[in-house]
Design a protein around this ligand. Structure first.
Ligand code: HEM
Length: 427
């Protein structure tokens, strides 16, 4: 029996098919809003084979098993070198921000920072910040208010990352951090290997201004912050402030992209009620979140530079070539959103990468997603669920996202409104 022919909780198969198609169309709009040319190109390339060389772009990987092989093979593939993230980010952030490092230096810095990402640390940090910023979410919804989930999640992600990087978590600083992350990350285009000198100057100015207040955390050696821990390793103040920029960039937009898309997907496909009723430890909740990560793939691509002649799948590659892992294509090959189906083990967590650069922030990401779901749980206790009443996709961004996702509380068995919204009519 296929996902679409299963009848779940009394929803007829025809309605499920229509819901799955509507959810898919919205996800397509989100992807195309961010990447109107590259996303359709990725989809077309996927039909040409698991690994395809594209002049001017690189060797594109569309297959999960091959992607994993590349990510685990640090002898032949690197994040430092022509076409790799180091080309993009070292001129802006300096050489010591994990995502542009390899080998022993990378492992040492990762170890030093890992204490900030233990389940206990992230649970503490998230609980404190979520209590302050999400505490009113359910009461407002239950009182009949319409809430923009994108801005709510942005405030949480911004506050958490400000605390972690030693920035003052005031409303203004959080807003600055989100704007800085978006405007700098938004400069990246997959078909360009480097930022232009003007873009580098702009990005440095924005991130220098943002990071400046974290100087104190470095000077105090505060071990609850990224710069404090970097000082403990003997890294310079300049390097530590570069890392502040890197963490703001990696740790805000991804969460602000994913969490609203999770809620939208669950609502579009009739999963919200079950998701909100599930206890935090219920495997069903983990499964819905994981499946939404597989379908949304907040970081749609990963880059590597070829260190020495080798193969990517069956395609020979030369030193200095660029490998573009189309994570979004690899993960979406697993089919439409279907939390009640077993996940393919080859895809497991690929949306967070694999190997030595596996997302350091994953526990923090999961804690924040959990905090948002926890904040919405009182709706289930009150016999309510969520409806998406309006939405708008973000354009010209690197991380595909909704710009706005408005939600309201509804009776569980009430009719879902035909959600309004703006987006490309393509799928
Ligand atoms: C749903 C949310 C997130 C997704 C999907 C995601 C995805 C990823 C992926 C795919 C990589 C590996 C890139 C590669 O190998 O080229 C990565 C690395 C990284 N992520 Fe995340 N991320 C998320 C949230 C976060 C958060 C909240 C933080 C917090 C600071 C964070 C910090 C990092 C860092 C520092 C790295 C670099 C690790 C290294 O190079 O050793 N991420 N992320």
């Amino acid at each position: 029996m296929t996902a679409s022919s299963t009848v779940r909780r009394g929803r007829p198969a025809v309605a499920e098919d229509a819901a799955a198609r509507a959810a898919h169309r919205w996800e397509e709009r989100v992807q195309r809003g961010a990447h109107p040319l590259v996303y359709p190109a990725f989809r077309a390339l996927a039909r040409r084979g698991p690994v395809v060389r594209v002049p001017g772009l690189g060797v594109v990987v569309n297959d999960a098993a091959t992607a994993r092989e590349v990510l685990l093979d640090t002898e032949h593939f690197s994040k430092v070198g022509p076409g790799a993230p180091s080309d993009l980010w070292t001129p802006v952030l300096g050489p010591s921000v994990l995502l542009n490092m390899e080998g022993e230096d990378h492992a040492t810095l990762r170890r030093a920072l890992s204490g900030l990402f233990t389940p206990r640390s992230v649970a503490q940090l998230t609980a404190t910040e979520a209590g302050a910023s999400l505490g009113t979410l359910a009461p407002r919804l239950l009182a009949g208010e319409t809430v923009d989930l994108v801005s709510e999640v942005g405030a949480l992600a911004g506050t958490v990352i400000c605390r972690m990087t030693g920035l003052p978590p005031t409303d203004a600083a959080v807003r600055d951090a989100m704007v800085a992350a978006q405007s700098v990350v938004g400069l990246v285009r997959l078909h360009r290997r480097r930022l232009t000198p003007t873009q580098v100057r702009y990005a440095r100015e924005v991130l220098d201004r943002l990071s400046e207040p974290a100087r104190e955390a470095y000077r105090d050696g505060d071990p609850s912050t990224v710069p404090g821990r970097m000082r403990g390793l003997g890294l310079s103040e300049r390097e530590a402030l570069g890392a502040v920029g890197a963490f703001v960039m990696t740790g805000t937009e991804t969460i602000q992209s994913f969490t609203p898309r999770l809620v939208a997907l669950a609502t579009d496909t009739g999963w919200t009620d079950r998701l909100l009723r599930a206890e935090p430890s219920d495997p069903l909740r983990g499964r819905v979140v994981e499946e939404a990560l597989r379908v949304t793939v907040p970081t749609p691509a990963m880059l590597r530079s070829v260190r020495s002649a080798h193969r990517v799948g069956a395609v020979p590659v030369r030193a200095g070539e660029r490998v573009v892992i189309a994570t979004v294509t690899c993960c979406r090959a697993g089919g439409p959103f279907a939390p009640d189906h077993d996940a393919d083990p080859v895809l497991r967590n690929l949306w967070f990468g694999a190997g030595p650069h596996f997302c350091l922030g994953m526990p923090l990401a999961m804690a924040q997603v959990g905090a948002v779901l926890d904040a919405l749980r009182p709706l289930a206790a009150a016999g309510r669920t969520l409806a998406v009443t309006d939405r708008e996709v973000a354009r010209g961004v690197l991380i595909p996202s909704y710009r706005r996702l408005e939600i309201e509380a509804r009776p569980v068995d009430g009719e879902q409104p035909a959600a309004r919204g703006t987006g490309e009519e393509t799928a």
